[in-house]
Design a protein around this ligand. Sequence first.
Ligand code: HEC
Length: 150
Amino acid sequence: MKTKVVVIALSVLGSVMFFLSNAFANPDPEVPLPVSKRQALQLNVPVDIEKGARIFAGCSGCHDAGPSAINRIGPKLNALIGRKAGSVECYGYSKALLKAGKNGLVWTPYKLDAFLMAPNVFLSGNKMPFKGIKDVIARRDLIGYLKTLN
Ligand code: HEC
């Protein structure tokens, strides 16, 4: 029984360490870190921007993008790559996101990948009601699509 508890505690600790290292270890590679060997192999598949656009349908209820975009429940997402976090004018961000931006968080593909994998683990206290996208390929395709939004 005790061993079971220790094993569970260790695996929880392991996942937390994984998230933390995934979020902060690597400064800014273009391609997000693979989360498993199988997924690492899949990363050789070219980015599917159309698939990314379909995944974005799950964001567009809250986020607008494009030349005449407006802030909705979430801030507009045009020109997101390279944008400072919490920097869209006239949008009421959470304190957590504003603070992250002040501390230098910029939405690079890598940071976005970590955020979209598990928003609340990446930045606790943020107010985006979204549980995250577990599939690394889906995140990569989505980020490929986000790069096209200006
Ligand atoms: C149910 C509504 C909702 C959904 C769905 C949603 N978001 Fe958000 N999003 C928000 C809110 C609200 C915020 C502001 C968070 C804060 O201030 O803490 C936000 C913030 C963000 C930010 C930070 C923007 C900035 O200016 O710093 C990014 C990036 C983002 N969302 C991307 C996405 C993507 C990509 C998806 C789809 C996979 C998505 N969101 C789905 C509501 C949503």
